[in-house]
Design a protein around this ligand. Structure first.
Ligand SMILES: C[S@@+](CC[C@H](N)C(=O)[O-])C[C@H]1O[C@@H](n2cnc3c(N)ncnc32)[C@H](O)[C@@H]1O
Length: 430
C-alpha cells in the first residue's frame, strides 16, 4: 500500500510538472518526524514535502486539504483513523450513521481478458511509462504498454460507472423492452471503455440479445487490437456482438463528418481520454473541443441514451486543467442544446445552467489485474442524457452537500447537511 501510494504521489508531482522530494509515512507503524507531534493525525498515511509554493495546485489537483506546518506542506491519504474506542457509544452510533455512501470505484479485470491481453497480445504493464500527451501515433511496443497499463484503467472506470447506473430502477425501466443496444466510442483506442460497458451490460441485462458497436479512432493498430479483444469477448458472451471499426483521423471535432453512421441513434456514446488529445494537438486552436464534442455527438443519442465524456485530470501545456475546461464548456454547450441535460455529477444536473465555476471535479478508480493490485487512475467525467430522461430521475439535492472531489463540496450545495457522493446514482428515486 505504501509503495503504491508513493508511486501515486510521484505521478501527482509529474502531472504538476515538478520533481519534488517528499516522504510518505504510515501513521500507525512508522516513526514520524518530531514536527508531526503538534498536528492531529487523521488518516493512515501522511505525505509531506517542503515546496510551500505548491499548496494551491496540490489542493486543486488532489481535492484534499493541504496543510502547512512551518516549512512543511502535508496532507493525508488512506482510511480515516477511527478512534471509536475513545468515544461514548452514542457518538459512535452518530458517526456510523454519518458514513457516506460512495460510488464503488474498485474492480478487477475479468481473468479471461487479463489472460488474453497479457499472455496472448503481450501487453506490458509499465507504470513508470509517462503517458503520452498524444497517442495517435503509438505503434508496436508503445501500444502494448498502453494496453497493459491504460486498458485496465479505462475498463475499470467504465465498468464501475455503468454498474452503478444499471442498478437504478428508472434507467432499468427505460430499457426493459429493448432487445439490442448500440454503442459508439469516439477515440476508442484499444477499447477498455467499450469492454467495461459490455461487461456491465452482461451483468445486468439478461434480456438484451444483441450489442452493436461502432468505434472511431485514428490509430489502426489500436483498432485491430480492439477487434481481437472483442472476438475473445464474443466467445464468452451470451449476446450477439457486432463491430464496425472506423479509422478516421479527426482534425477538429466540429468539422468531423461521421461517414456511414447507422440508421438509428446510439444507446451509449463514450469518449474516454480522447478530447484532451485533440486539445493538446491544437496547441491553443482547438481548446473548445469539449464544447464541440457535446454539440456534435449528443444529437446522435437515442431517447433513452447515455453519453459519457471522460478525461484525465491533467492540463494541456497551454491552458488550464481538463476538468475546468470540461465543466465550463459542457455547461455552455447545454445552453445551446437545451433538449439534453446532465445526469451526473448530480449537482451539475441541477445547477449547470447557472454554474460558471472553475470546478475541478475528479474521481479516483482502482483496478486489480495479474500485473498489479489496486492500480489507480484519476479522471473527470460528465454523463449527458435527453432532458426527458433526466426529468424521470427527479433528483433532490436540497439538504445535501455534494462531494465532487474527495472532500471538496460543490459550492451550490455548501449549505446542505448530509454529505453525499456527487457521482453516485442511487438505485431508487428518492
Ligand atoms: C488515451 S487514448 C484512449 C483510448 C480509449 N478511449 C481508452 O480509454 O482506453 C486516446 C485515443 O485517441 C486517439 N486519437 C487521438 N487523437 C486522435 C485524432 N485526432 N483522431 C482520431 N483519433 C485520435 C488515439 O489514437 C488513442 O487511441
Amino acid at each position: 500500500m505504501k509503495k503504491d501510494l508513493t508511486k501515486h504521489i510521484i505521478e501527482i508531482f509529474n502531472s504538476l510538472g515538478k520533481t519534488v522530494p517528499f516522504e510518505v509515512c504510515d501513521c500507525y507503524n512508522d516513526t514520524l518526524p518530531d514536527w508531526t507531534n503538534s498536528i492531529q493525525l487523521t488518516h493512515e498515511f501522511i505525505v509531506f514535502c517542503q515546496d510551500l509554493s505548491l499548496k494551491q495546485r496540490l489542493q486543486v489537483f488532489t481535492g484534499k486539504n493541504i496543510f502547512e506546518n512551518g516549512k512543511y506542506l502535508y496532507w493525508f491519504e488512506g482510511d480515516k483513523i477511527f478512534e471509536a474506542e475513545c468515544l461514548p457509544n452514542i457518538e459512535f452510533q452518530k458517526l456510523e450513521e454519518e458514513k457516506i455512501q460512495y460510488l464503488k470505484t474498485d474492480t478487477r479485470l475479468p481473468s479471461f481478458i487479463d489472460d488474453f491481453i497479457f499472455n496472448h497480445l503481450k501487453a506490458i504493464y509499465a507504470p513508470d511509462f509517462q503517458r503520452f500527451e498524444y497517442n495517435l501515433d503509438l505503434t508496436g511496443e508503445e501500444i502494448r504498454k498502453y494496453l497493459g497499463t491504460y486498458f485496465p484503467r479505462s475498463y475499470a472506470e467504465s465498468f464501475c460507472i455503468f454498474d452503478n447506473i444499471f442498478q437504478n430502477r428508472v434507467y432499468q425501466e427505460t430499457i426493459t423492452n429493448k432487445k439490442s443496444l448500440s454503442i459508439l466510442s469516439v477515440g476508442c483506442g484499444t477499447g477498455g471503455d467499450i469492454i467495461g460497458l459490455i461487461t456491465a451490460i452482461e451483468k445486468h441485462f439478461h434480456a438484451i440479445s444483441e450489442i452493436n458497436i461502432w468505434a472511431i479512432d485514428g490509430n489502426i493498430e489500436a483498432l485491430v487490437i480492439l477487434e481481437q479483444i472483442l472476438d475473445k469477448v464474443k466467445l464468452q458472451s451470451s449476446k450477439k456482438i457486432t463491430f464496425k471499426k472506423n479509422e478516421s483521423v479527426i482534425n477538429s471535432i466540429s468539422d468531423f463528418n461521421f461517414e456511414n453512421p447507422p440508421n438509428s441513434k446510439f444507446d451509449f456514446i463514450l469518449s474516454f481520454k480522447f478530447v484532451c488529445e485533440i486539445i493538446a494537438l491544437g496547441k491553443g486552436n482547438l481548446d473548445y473541443s469539449y464544447f464541440d464534442f457535446v454539440i456534435k455527438f449528443l444529437p446522435m443519442l437515442s431517447d433513452n441514451g447515455l453519453c459519457i465524456l471522460l478525461d484525465v485530470t491533467t492540463k494541456p501545456k497551454h491552458n488550464t486543467y481538463n476538468p475546468i475546461l470540461m465543466n465550463k464548456q459542457a455547461n455552455q454547450a447545454l445552453k445551446v442544446l437545451n433538449e439534453y441535460k446532465t445526469l451526473l455529477p448530480i449537482p451539475c444536473s441541477v445547477y449547470s445552467d447557472r454554474c460558471v465555476c472553475d470546478c475541478f471535479q475528479q474521481k479516483t478508480f482502482t483496478v486489480t489485474h495479474s500485473k498489479h493490485t489496486n492500480d489507480k487512475s484519476r479522471v473527470t467525467y460528465r454523463i449527458f442524457v435527453p432532458a426527458k430522461l433526466k426529468d424521470q430521475f427527479n433528483f433532490m439535492v436540497n439538504g445535501t452537500k455534494q462531494l465532487i472531489n474527495n472532500d471538496k463540496i460543490c459550492p451550490f450545495t455548501n449549505n446542505g447537511q448530509l454529505n453525499v457522493d456527487a457521482y453516485l446514482l442511487q438505485s431508487t428515486v428518492e
